[in-house]
Design a protein around this ligand. Structure first.
Ligand code: ATP
Ligand code: ATP
Length: 147
């Protein structure tokens, strides 16, 4: 019975689209590129609990320019006055962008073949506006149908 459910979930990947499985931009934990990575900021990042944190250009939360991977924080000293931008410049993780109308099947392909791509930024086709993020985990949840 479980196997059948998973098989159905897998088949549905070609019918389901990203916009229905993504996390809406309003609910995403993000950082401005100008943020200082001091002790308080690092503690807040740790408390949020996410592995991947989208980074936006000052003043526009929808202008996502990078992603900070929390393990990159391991080598920085909180007293060195690093900004998010400086860390992103060191590590340079590419972020795939995909339309909300993309099928989960092709989202999965992107995540599998991409360099660092376990998170993608989702945009609305009509006006190119950022509307959310989607991760590999969101696609897996659709396969297992356990939302
Ligand atoms: P990992 O499991 O690889 O450590 P994670 O727990 O940080 O990563 P995922 O497992 O990729 O995150 O995703 C779990 C859920 O959280 C998904 O629904 C995803 O869309 C959402 N999510 C991921 N990153 C963020 C974030 N920075 N802010 C808000 N939601 C996020
Ligand atoms: P993430 O993609 O969430 O950052 P990761 O790249 O560290 O995690 P996975 O993507 O979970 O690791 O696994 C990739 C491959 O590396 C898998 O084959 C896994 O078994 C292997 N792997 C994961 N952690 C280790 C480790 N500590 N030592 C050796 N191999 C590992």
């Amino acid at each position: 019975k479980d196997e059948l459910k998973i098989a159905v979930g897998a088949i549905n990947l070609k019918r389901r689209i990203v916009v229905d499985s993504m996390t809406k931009i309003e609910e995403v934990f993000m950082l401005p590129e100008t943020a200082m990575l001091n002790q308080t900021a690092i503690a807040n990042i740790a408390r949020a609990g996410y592995t991947r944190i989208p980074v936006f250009r000052q003043g526009d939360q929808r202008d996502i320019c990078d992603v900070l991977i929390t393990k990159d924080l391991a080598l920085i000293d909180p007293d060195d006055n690093y900004t998010v931008r400086m860390l992103c410049n060191i590590y340079k993780h590419p972020i795939p962008r995909m339309s909300g109308q993309t099928t989960l099947f092709s989202a999965l392909q992107t995540f599998r073949t991409g360099d660092d791509g376990h998170l993608a930024v989702v945009y609305r086709e009509s006006d190119n506006e950022t509307i959310g993020i989607i991760t590999l985990e969101d696609v897996v949840e659709e396969i297992l149908q356990e939302e």
